[in-house]
Design a protein around this ligand. Sequence first.
Ligand code: UDP
Length: 242
Amino acid sequence: MRQQVRILGVPIDIITEEETFQKLVSFLDAEGEALKKIYTPNPEIVMVAQQDPELLKALEDADLVLPDGIGLLIASKLKGFGLKERVTGIDTMDKLLTYCGEQGKSIFLLGGKPGTAEIACKNMGNKYRGLKIAGFHHGYFQEMDEVEIVEGINKAQPDVLFVCLGAPKQEKWVNKYKHQLHCRLAMGVGGSVDIYAGTAKRAPVIFQKTGLEWFYRLAKEPWRIKRMMALPKFLIDVLRKQ
Ligand code: UDP
């Protein structure tokens, strides 16, 4: 049974990393079912979703909404929401890619600057033995090109579509085309394309383990300060409103 909690009105799954993996495997194995949609919001996105009905609709329509972002876990501790642990998009993607490799399944990577998805796919192909790369496409397209992109994805017949257009664009894009996309699952994974391409680095493990990945990212990309100011506001709103 799926368990969810609404944090500031936004549904988040109460789930562990292991349970997430099992669920993804069951999604992949289920034949003839509708596209499964997986997103990994952090507090910043929860804040955006309150003002953005299209994003909220996409999250409400998702099959899995993973609690990425330490702020969600802090909120859960403060208010007893029952979240079990942080489940990050990038770690989930890593497990899923390993499994896809073992099972000979294929992926399509959509997003990133021109050239980045191609390098990311090449690196994934080297890292995950058996993984099939069905295709890739950069993420800087016009709306009028979208139908062609969807057709290209369907023609490539991937099992899994990773969408790296940044949030909230990727969630809205998947939701817009959910009935046209013919893969088993689509997952919004933001800047992961840059990490796989090697153009961005993940925070060192010590930052990951201490829940300070956001701090590392801020130090590397100080322009994110405006976006990250959503975190204290998120916690204040949770304390006040929920
Ligand atoms: N991106 C894209 N198309 C766009 C806007 C962004 O493909 O129209 C890509 C961008 O190049 C980057 C990713 O989306 O690779 C978003 O990265 P970011 O780290 O900002 O996303 P987050 O993980 O914070 O959602």
